[in-house]
Design a protein around this ligand. Sequence first.
Ligand code: FES
Length: 160
Amino acid sequence: MSDSSVSDTVREAILAFQAEPGGLMPALWAVQNVLGYIPEEEVPTIAKAMNQSVAEVHGVISFYHDFKSRPPAAHTVKICRAEACQAMGGRRLQAFAEQQLGVEFDQASSSAVALESVYCLGLCACAPAAMVDGKLVAKLDEDRLATILAGLHGKGANNG
Ligand code: FES
C-alpha cells in the first residue's frame, strides 16, 4: 500500500468519529481494524482530525497494549508462561524460543514471527503448551518448537 493510500485509508476510517465526543478510541480502533496497526506517521493526521494533540494521541496508543504501531507479524507464537508450564521446562523453552527467533517476549519487532506471552491455555496436564497461529500445541519441547519454527519460515516468514 502506498503512503498516500495509507493516508486516505486512515482519513476514511476516522471520518465517522470526528464529530463524536470521545471519538478518539473508536477512531483508533477503526484504523487498526483496517490496517492491522496505527502507523506512526499518521498520528499527526489523526490528532488534527480528532482535535487532539499529537502527544495525547501518542499517549492513548502507548497506554493500551492492544494498539499496535507496527504492521502485525505474519505469524504469532504464544508460549504459556504460567506455573504448570514453567514446572515442566517452560523457562528453558522460552529462552530457546527467544534465541531461535532473535526477539524477546512481547516486544515490538520487525521479525516475521511475533513471540508473545500467554498465561494458561487450559493444557496444563500436557505442559508445556503453546499456540502457534491460533493452533494449540501441547507437550512442546525444543525439538518440536524448532520444527514448528522452521515450518513458519517455509510459509514466508524470515528471521530479520
Ligand atoms: S499453565 Fe500452561 S497451559 Fe495451563
